[in-house]
Write a protein that binds this ligand. Structure first.
Ligand code: PEP
Ligand code: MG
Length: 584
C-alpha cells in the first residue's frame, strides 16, 4: 500500500513516525475433543497448571506496570487477577470438562465466551471494559494450555509502530516507550483501559481502524497522529518532511507545557477558567497537582466497588475521600456518587436490563438502594472537614431525582448532627448534565443546585442516539454537532441566569480543539485527564474572549458538525500552527 491516509480515533496525543510491526488477530486454533472419563482428571490438572502459569505472568506484568506507572495504574490488572482467582470461573470450566468430557481448551473457550457475551450485552462502558479483561485472561490461559508463544513486545527495534487487531491492557503495559513510537489498532474506543494506559505511558495511539492489519505490510513506513487520528501509510518525501517538522514542534511544545501547567488559565483579557482534573484513584491526586490542576472536577468513585463481592464500607469510602481532600486542599474536589449499573456484584439485587436504553444505573440505582447511597453520602460529609469537597449526582434526568437525592443528603446531615459528627454545612451540591432532558430543563435544575457539570461523554451519546463504546457508530460521535452545541449553550446560560457556576467534565473538556468554543460560551471550570491540563491552559492563555465570541458567532451559522469543525480548525491553525492543521 502506497501513499494512503486513513483516519481512526486518536486516543493518546503526539506524532509517531516509524516502521510497522504487525500483530494481526491471533486465532489460536482450538480443536474440540472428547475425552474419556479416565482422562478427565488429567485435563482438569492441565487447566489448573495453565491457570497458575497465567497468574504468574499477570503478577509479573502487574509489578512492571506498578514500577513504570505507579500503583494505581497497576490496579487495572487486579481485575485480570481476580478473574484468574475466581473460583466460579475455573470451577465452571472444570465442570464442563467433567460433564461433557471436553478437552480443557474447548471447555475454556465455551465458558469464556459465555462470560464475555453476558458482559457485552450490558450497556455500561465500565463493564464493557471488563469484557476485554475476560478476553485478555482467556487468551492468556489458552496460550498457556497450548504452549503457544506469548508475543514478545519488549524486544523491538527503536522505531516501531505496532499495528494490531487489538492490544490487551496487559500487552500495552509491556510496551517499551523507548522502542515503540506509537500503536494503531482495529478495535477500541477512547475510554478503554488500553487507551487510558497509552495516555499515561505517553505513547501516541490511534484506535478504531478496522482492516488496518491487512492494509499495512510489515516494515511499511507509517506516520500516526494521536490527536487527529490520522494514519499515513508510506507517505511521500514532502508529507514525511512536513510531519517530521510537526513532530519536532509538538515535542518542543510539550517540553514547555510543564512550565505552563503552573500558570493560571486566564485569557489575554482577564477571563479566568478553573482547570481541574478527572481522577479515579486517590493516588492520582498528586499527579493531577503536578500537571497544574486547580482541584479535582470529577472523582469517579466506581473503582471503590470493583473486584469485590460486598459494597465498600463507610470507612473505606471515608479513607479514600479524606486522602483526596487532603492531597488537593485548599483546592476543591468534586466527588461523583456511584455511577454503576445493577449487575455489579455488591448490588446484584438490582435488575439487569438491556443495552438499548440506560438501565437502573447511577442516581436511579442509588435512589432504589438508599443503603448504598447514604453510606457514600455519610462518608463524603465526614471527609468534607478535611479539605474542600463538593458532591454531584450522575445521570439525573429530572428535578424529581435531584430533590430525592438532596433529601437523602439532608437526612444524613441530620443523623451526623444528632451524633455530633462534624461536616461542612456549606458542601456544594451539583447535578451532572448528561441526558438531553437535563440539558433542556437546565434552568429548572439550576434553581435547586449549587452548580452544574456537563458530562458530555453521555450527553453526546444520548443526544445523537449512538452507543459510545461501539466503533461502528463512532463516526457519528460528534461533539460539535449543532444539537450538542445548543444543549451545552442552553446549560451554560441557565447556570449564568441562576447565578451558579458551571463545569464540563466529559472528554470534550480536555480536547484543545474545543477550548475556544467553551470559553466563549462562558464555562467556569474545565475538568480533564491530568495530562491534558497544560495544553488547555496554554490555549486559554492565547485567547481573548472578544475573539472567541467572534468564532462562536461564525459557528452559529453552520448546519453540520463537519462545517463547525472545518471552521474551528482554520481558526485554531491560524493561532497555533504547531498544534493544529487546517484540514479536518
Ligand atoms: C460523562 O458522561 O461525560 C462523564 C464524565 O461520565 P462517565 O464518562 O464516567 O460516564
Ligand atoms: Mg457519564
Amino acid at each position: 500500500m502506497a501513499g494512503s491516509e486513513l483516519t481512526g480515533i486518536g486516543v493518546a496525543p503526539g506524532i509517531a513516525i516509524g516502521k510497522a510491526v504487525l500483530l494481526p488477530r491471533r486465532e489460536l486454533r482450538v480443536t474440540r475433543r472428547t475425552v474419556a472419563a479416565a482422562e478427565v482428571p488429567l485435563e482438569q490438572g492441565r487447566l489448573r497448571e495453565a491457570a497458575a502459569r497465567a497468574r504468574r505472568q499477570m503478577e509479573e506484568i502487574r509489578t512492571r506496570a506498578a514500577e513504570a506507572l505507579g500503583p494505581h495504574y497497576a490496579s487495572i490488572f487486579d481485575s485480570h487477577l481476580a478473574i484468574l482467582a475466581d473460583a466460579q470461573f475455573l470451577a465452571e470450566i472444570q465442570e464442563r470438562i467433567a460433564a461433557v468430557g471436553l478437552n480443557a481448551e474447548a471447555a475454556l473457550q465455551e465458558v469464556a465466551r459465555r462470560y464475555a457475551d453476558a458482559l457485552a450485552r450490558l450497556e455500561d462502558g465500565y463493564l464493557q471494559g471488563r469484557r476485554t479483561d475476560v478476553d485478555d485472561v482467556a487468551e492468556r490461559l489458552l496460550q498457556s494450555l497450548l504452549g503457544a508463544e506469548v508475543p514478545r513486545l519488549d524486544a523491538l527495534s527503536p522505531d516501531t509502530i505496532i499495528v494490531a487487531h487489538t492490544l490487551a491492557p496487559s500487552e500495552t503495559a509491556q510496551l517499551d516507550r523507548r522502542r515503540v513510537q506509537g500503536f494503531v489498532t482495529e478495535v477500541g474506543g477512547r475510554t478503554s483501559h488500553t487507551a487510558i494506559l497509552a495516555r499515561s505511558l505517553e505513547i501516541p495511539a490511534v484506535v478504531g481502524l478496522p482492516g488496518i492489519t491487512s492494509q499495512v505490510r510489515e516494515h511499511d513506513l507509517l506516520i500516526l497522529d494521536g490527536i487527529t487520528g490520522a494514519v499515513l501509510v508510506n507517505p511521500d518525501q514532502e508529507v514525511l518532511a512536513s510531519y517530521q517538522a510537526r513532530k519536532e514542534a509538538y515535542e518542543q511544545f510539550t517540553r514547555q507545557l510543564h512550565v505552563l501547567g503552573a500558570l493560571p488559565a486566564e485569557t489575554a483579557d482577564g477571563y479566568r477558567v478553573r482547570v481541574t482534573a478527572n481522577i479515579e484513584f486517590p493516588g492520582e491526586a498528586a499527579a493531577a497537582r503536578l500537571h497544574g490542576a486547580e482541584g479535582v472536577g470529577l472523582y469517579r468513585t466506581e473503582f471503590l466497588y470493583a473486584n469485590r463481592t460486598t459494597p465498600p464500607t463507610e470507612e473505606e469510602h471515608f479513607a479514600a475521600y479524606r486522602t483526596v481532600a487532603e492531597a488537593m486542599a485548599p483546592n476543591p474536589v468534586t466527588i461523583r456518587t456511584l455511577d454503576l449499573g445493577g449487575e455489579v456484584a455488591p448490588v446484584a439485587a438490582a435488575e439487569p436490563d438491556s443495552r438499548a436504553a440506560p438501565r437502573l444505573r447511577a442516581i436511579r440505582l442509588c435512589l432504589r438502594r438508599p443503603d448504598l447511597f447514604r453510606t457514600q453520602l455519610r462518608a463524603i460529609l465526614r471527609a468534607s472537614v478535611h479539605g474542600s469537597l463538593r458532591v454531584m449526582f450522575p445521570l439525573v434526568s429530572g428535578v424529581g431525582e435531584l430533590r430525592e437525592a438532596r433529601a437523602h443528603l439532608e437526612a444524613v446531615k441530620g443523623e451526623l448532627e444528632a451524633a455530633g459528627v462534624p461536616f461542612d454545612p456549606r458542601l456544594e451540591v451539583g447535578v451532572m448534565i448528561e441526558t438531553p432532558s437535563a440539558a433542556v430543563i437546565a434552568d429548572l435544575l439550576a434553581r435547586e443546585a449549587d452548580f452544574l457539570s456537563l458530562g458530555t461523554n453521555d450527553l453526546i451519546q444520548y443526544t445523537l442516539a449512538i452507543d459510545r463504546g461501539n466503533e461502528q457508530v463512532a463516526y457519528l460521535y460528534e461533539p460539535l454537532h449543532p444539537a450538542v452545541l445548543r444543549l451545552i449553550r442552553n446549560t451554560i446560560s441557565a447556570a449564568r441566569d441562576a447565578g451558579i457556576w458551571v463545569a464540563m467534565c466529559g472528554e470534550m473538556a480536555g480536547d484543545p480543539l474545543y477550548t475556544a468554543v467553551l470559553v466563549a460560551l462562558g464555562i467556569d471550570e474545565l475538568s480533564m485527564n491530568p495530562g491534558a491540563i497544560p495544553l488547555v491552559k496554554r490555549i486559554i492563555r492565547t485567547l481573548s474572549t472578544g475573539e472567541a465570541l467572534q468564532v462562536i458567532h461564525q459557528l452559529s451559522a453552520c448546519s453540520t458538525a463537519r462545517e463547525v469543525e472545518g471552521l474551528l480548525r482554520r481558526e485554531m491553525a491560524r493561532r497555533l500552527p504547531e498544534l493544529f492543521s487546517a484540514a479536518a
